[in-house]
Design a protein around this ligand. Structure first.
Ligand SMILES: [Zn+2]
Length: 204
């Protein structure tokens, strides 16, 4: 029998590209322009993941340079360009800690596409956001009050308060998205891509 942990990992691997980009999984036959690219700061510190198309734009604008290629080549308007797998910004960008935009995408990323009540790892489209303290009871839309939630748990919880319920509890306390969290996620995602590995493991 498959252990719960293994099952979790497997389903996370399936949701992999979507967790990285917040986009639905890439449809079969989609172009390499949609593959995720690791973005490094000028200091080689990993700071983000973006799509290859966006990475290419940054390279063409002279904002970033390609550090690793992904093997695929773009042919367009008599230009041949190797698509990047890792790019590095030419100018150092200060990344303030804990000041990520509060968005559905970032909440799901922080919670690793895991329902914070039942622990199921799901694709972005199968998750919703739950106000821990319900909006109808004055719960704010903040990092601390929003969690990833499957539709089932969302329905079950409804407008109740958590301490009124005996069968539901949060997997962990919701916190603002920190750079540490995003690095941890990038490390998990990057472990599948040999090109990313050396940039993701150089520090803790
Ligand atoms: Zn759930």
């Amino acid at each position: 029998m498959m252990s719960a942990k293994l099952r979790k990992q497997k389903s996370l691997a399936k949701c992999h590209s979507m967790a990285a980009t917040g986009q639905p999984p890439r449809p079969r036959g989609a172009t390499p322009l949609q593959t995720p690219v690791l973005v490094l700061n000028a200091s080689y510190e990993p700071i983000n993941i973006c799509g290859a198309r966006r990475a290419l734009v940054l390279v063409l604008k002279g904002v970033a340079r390609t550090e690793e290629e992904q093997g695929a080549t773009l042919h367009a308007a008599r230009v041949r360009m190797a698509l990047p797998s890792v790019i590095r910004l030419l100018e150092y960008r200060r990344i303030p800690h804990q000041t990520r935009a509060l968005s559905r995408k970032n909440i799901l990323l922080r919670d690793r596409n895991t329902c914070q009540y039942c622990g199921m790892v799901l694709c972005t489209s199968d998750l919703t956001l739950d106000h821990v303290l319900p909006r109808s009871r004055g719960g704010p839309s903040t990092w601390e009050n929003l969690v990833a939630c499957c539709h089932n748990c969302n329905r079950r919880k409804g407008n109740q308060l958590l301490h009124e319920m005996t069968d539901m509890a949060l997997e962990r306390e919701p916190r603002p998205f920190s750079l540490h969290t995003s690095r941890h996620i990038m490390r998990m995602l990057g472990s599948a891509d040999a090109n990313w590995r050396k940039y993701l493991y150089f520090e803790d």
